[in-house]
Design a protein around this ligand. Structure first.
Ligand code: PLP
Length: 383
């Protein structure tokens, strides 16, 4: 008998991180890799946030904090949630975590039992599946790729997939890897099903600040009937270019927070003290830099879509986040390997997201590097 738990053997290592590692190995060999695999902004953390962390450290904010987070950060988070129309949440509904991933992990562990059904909208970010399996959940998947990654036309499929056995659905808008922003109507469709079958929904809003063409994403928890069945999740990694700081949170009905708080207190204890202080500054003082980064992502998205059009590649145009799904001719896993080996361009195959036949490109890279990447792919006859 192998010395490992069944639980851990149910999951594979993160596919996105695997490709980044491969790209890093090639770079270590001296190769110039255009890395379009990473899900992190290529910007430095805005200066006021760094300064706030340094000041907090100097002021002695280096010990444990209360497990669910420091009051000023929870208050700032609640203010942001209220601005987004989520007036049902108070500070008692919030847990501050070391990253959105930890928040998700805690929610899955709190809600999902062995055999409970978790529904995902494919393509779905790779960690949802892993976290559902780690909690013992079974998966029900709905494909949106056939509908250009839009949710509204996939609602019939969702209705045919979920049932009274469904415990949890994950909605990620704007989404990784698809970049779609789901409409109010689509979310109302989700709401109707959640109410009919009495399941909870995680609304992963980590890319909420990164949308294009003036689109304003709707928060699922604002819809009537969803106030008490939505777990709203967010983090600082993407909007504030704070991936390595590890700061995120979720807001949920108090009963969920009470249960999840046990896991937080027995595992990570709390998010890093001075990082939480910096989080207050991020929420309260950093608007302009977010806009600048968002504008840069939009310019890159436009450039990529135009470039692909030049090569007669028709790609679904993302409305948010910083990923684009490129349809490929052959097996996506093989394509991604060829792209790294023949063109030194790192991407992530779509299969681990539940979308074979596509690869995910991150455009959190400079316009020069993006152009270089596309040209290399074309030269290697991969477009
Ligand atoms: N949710 C989605 C959809 C993501 O893409 C990510 C990061 O890649 C996360 C959550 C978690 O990010 P973090 O743990 O850095 O907050």
């Amino acid at each position: 008998k192998p010395p490992f738990s069944d639980r851990i053997q149910r999951v594979e290592p993160s596919a996105t991180i695997a490709i980044s590692n491969l790209a890093a190995e090639l770079e270590a060999e001296g190769k110039d890799v255009v890395d379009l695999s990473v899900g992190e902004p290529d910007f430095d953390t805005p200066e006021p946030i760094k300064r706030a962390a340094k000041d907090a450290m100097d002021a002695g904010h280096v010990g444990y904090t209360s497990s669910n987070g420091i009051p000023p950060l929870k208050e700032a988070i609640v203010e942001k949630l209220h601005e987004d129309g989520l007036s049902q949440y108070g500070t008692e509904n919030v847990i501050v975590t070391p990253g959105g991933k930890q928040a998700l992990y805690e929610v899955f562990q709190t809600i999902i039992d062995d055999g409970d059904e978790v529904a995902l909208l494919d393509p779905a970010w790779v960690s949802y599946e892993a976290m559902a399996k780690l909690a013992g959940g079974s998966l029900a998947r709905v494909d949106t790729a056939a509908h250009g990654f839009d949710l509204e036309p996939a609602l019939d499929d969702l209705a045919a997939t979920v049932s009274d056995d469904t415990e949890l659905l994950v909605v990620n808008s704007p989404g990784n890897p698809h970049g779609s922003v789901y409409s109010q109507e689509a979310l109302e469709g989700v709401r109707d099903l959640a109410v009919e079958h009495d399941f909870a929904v995680i609304s992963d809003e980590i890319y909420k600040e990164i949308t294009y063409d003036g689109i304003e994403p709707v928060s699922l928890g604002t819809l009537e009937g969803m106030e008490d069945r939505t777990i709203t999740l967010n983090g600082f990694s993407k909007a504030y270019a704070m991936t390595g700081w590890r700061l995120g949170y979720f807001a949920a009905p108090e009963s969920i927070v009470e249960q999840a708080g046990k896991l937080q207190s027995h595992s990570v204890t709390c998010a890093v003290n001075f990082v939480q202080h910096a989080g207050v500054t991020a929420l309260e003082e950093v608007d302009e830099q977010i806009e600048e980064m968002r504008d840069a992502f939009e310019e890159r998205r436009d450039m990529l879509v135009d470039l692909f059009a030049e090569y007669d590649k028709d790609v679904p145009v993302p409305e948010g986040a910083f990923y684009i799904m490129l349809p490929v001719r052959e097996d996506d896993q093989a394509w991604a390997e060829d792209a790294v080996e023949q063109a030194q361009v790192a991407t992530v195959p779509g299969s681990p997201f539940g979308t074979p036949g596509y690869v995910r490109l991150s455009y959190a890279a400079s316009t020069d590097r993006l152009r270089e990447g596309v040209e290399r792919l074309a030269e290697a006859d991969l477009l």
